[in-house]
Design a protein around this ligand. Structure first.
Ligand SMILES: [Zn+2]
Length: 500
């Protein structure tokens, strides 16, 4: 271990995973095209693991009130687009595909000319991904390790989402029809309405998804899973999908989730916000997957799923499970911006540790976060000076004993340095750290009773509401009956850490 590494990187703090939500541009910030409404998105998928192939057709049911010449979608570039057409008239639709501005490699923008489509139109796209073209990866900002979002291999197929976001005019709901080889199970969000053996040795799974598109609404996992099921509190179906050898871990997780995590989180945030909870083991070739989509959590076999918990709630697989399930309230039910969501989530799993592992953990945790925060700020400043001297990423990586990927992750943020965590240019791990510290400071200021009342009230909104920092502040102000303006100013709109 290199002593120059920031603590945040060097110490695997067992309370943190990212839900990878940042990595998807466009989602959640729908720039509405006025006059266009997507009533429903229907996706048909044929999975061919043998040939590492996903064949897809998407039908977008649109209501168009005026002529629209340019309607755009975020899109993971397929290996091939076979056809783009109006499903009613069978007429081909002109389209263009270009790199998505400011996004990472592989993310494209598909623009369609809908000017000749009628008022009610169904736009159909036929395309395919193969194992080579479909490899989504991001960087986990808290460990700076690869966070794998999806892969197509002969052994398994999965994706945190379909990378198919109409960001101009959101889809209100969706259905996914997935055809997979017999013996394989296809998992997604929403209600499983059909599971049917087809004649050609394939099985059809159909999910009706009542959610609007936006934040990771269409996950997908296909594998010969073994399913462990339970009904939590007589009302919430919980299913855990794992490979056969890992069924003991499913059983252990089921006990933890239904016996401890769900009661804990419901006490903290109110009733579970969706109709079901699915936990799915996935199998990236390298790297790690740990993410939350709406009502479904994905965990890689390596590190997160296929590791024992054995009653020790401080281990990484346990705390990550808490973090990802907590995102169902925080980020999905109440749609906080990422910088708030991750601070809340970090603190939520700390609360879990405090309750079930060590009642004195907070002090120690907060000290670690302060140190880590200072280290990241210091690293950003150092990088800025090397960068200004004209050094390359490779040179700086060598100088600091960091990997090129790690330095790359910080590189663009070095120009901004330390900024308030509500600033869009803030380096990601800073808002995990300062976000959690801010919430702990708030708790110390308000006292437990008021704090927990305010915390719970954050999540009493109607489902799938966008929420702001103002909402966050108001919930705590209502709970304590006085203004917290100065507190929020210090923590969220200024740089630096207020003293303990
Ligand atoms: Zn998280």
């Amino acid at each position: 271990m290199n002593s120059k590494k920031p603590v945040w990187i060097a110490t695997v703090i067992a309370c943190t995973m990212v839900s990878c939500l940042l990595l998807i541009p466009g989602c959640g910030q729908a720039e509405d095209i006025r006059g266009l409404q997507i009533e429903k998105l229907e996706v048909e998928i044929e999975a061919d693991p043998e040939n590492e192939l996903l064949e897809m057709t998407s039908f977008l049911h649109m209501r168009i009130e005026r002529s629209i010449e340019d309607c755009s979608f975020a899109f993971l570039q397929p290996s091939e687009i076979t056809r783009v057409y109006d499903a009613r008239s069978e007429r081909e639709l002109p389209y263009e595909i270009n790199p998505y501005p400011g996004a990472g490699e592989g993310i494209y923008e598909l623009s369609l000319d809908l000017s000749k489509c009628g008022e009610e139109c169904i736009v159909a796209l036929t395309y395919r991904y193969d194992g080579e073209s479909f490899y989504a990866e991001g960087l986990n900002p808290t460990t700076n390790e690869g966070l794998v979002l999806g892969q197509i291999t002969r052994d398994s197929i999965y994706s945190s989402h379909l990378f198919y976001y109409p960001y101009s005019g959101e889809a209100r709901r969706a259905s996914m029809r997935i055809v997979a080889p017999r013996g394989w199970i296809a998992v997604s969000s929403g209600e499983l309405v059909t599971c049917e053996e087809l004649q050609d040795g394939m099985t059809l799974y159909e999910y009706e998804i009542p959610f609007a598109s936006g934040r990771l609404p269409y996950p997908l996992a296909i594998y010969p899973y073994e399913v462990t099921e339970a009904l939590y509190d007589g009302r919430l179906p919980v299913s855990i999908y794992a490979c056969q050898e890992d069924v003991p871990y499913s059983e252990e997780k089921m006990e933890l989730v239904t016996g401890t995590i769900l009661p804990f989180l419901e006490e903290l945030m109110g009733e579970f916000p969706f109709e079901e909870l699915r936990i799915v083991e996935v199998f990236p070739k390298t790297g790690m997957t740990g993410l939350a989509t709406k009502s479904l959590v994905m965990l890689s076999q390596d590190t997160l799923f296929g590791e024992p918990i054995a009653g020790d709630y401080s281990v990484f697989p346990a705390t990550v499970l808490v973090d990802e399930i907590a995102h169902q309230w925080n980020y999905y039910k109440v749609m906080f911006p990422n910088y708030l969501a991750e601070g809340i989530s970090q603190y939520t799993s700390d609360l879990f540790t405090e309750r079930y592992v060590d009642p004195d953990i907070m002090k120690e945790r907060m000290a670690t976060y302060r140190e880590a925060y200072a280290n990241v700020v210091g690293l950003l400043a150092a990088l800025k000076s090397y960068k200004d001297n004209g050094e390359t990423i490779e040179e700086v990586a060598e100088r600091l004993g960091l990997s090129v990927e790690e330095v790359e992750a910080y590189w663009q943020y070095a120009d901004y340095g330390e900024v308030p965590i509500s600033d869009p240019n803030v380096y990601l791990s800073l808002y995990f750290l300062k976000g959690a510290l801010a919430i702990d400071a708030l708790r110390n200021e308000l006292g437990d009773e008021t704090f927990f009342a305010g915390f719970r009230s954050l999540f009493q909104e109607a489902s799938e509401q966008e929420a702001t920092l103002d909402h966050f502040e108001q919930c705590f102000e209502s709970a304590c009956g006085s203004s917290l303006g100065a507190f929020f100013q210090r923590w969220y709109y200024e740089t630096g850490l207020p003293p303990q």
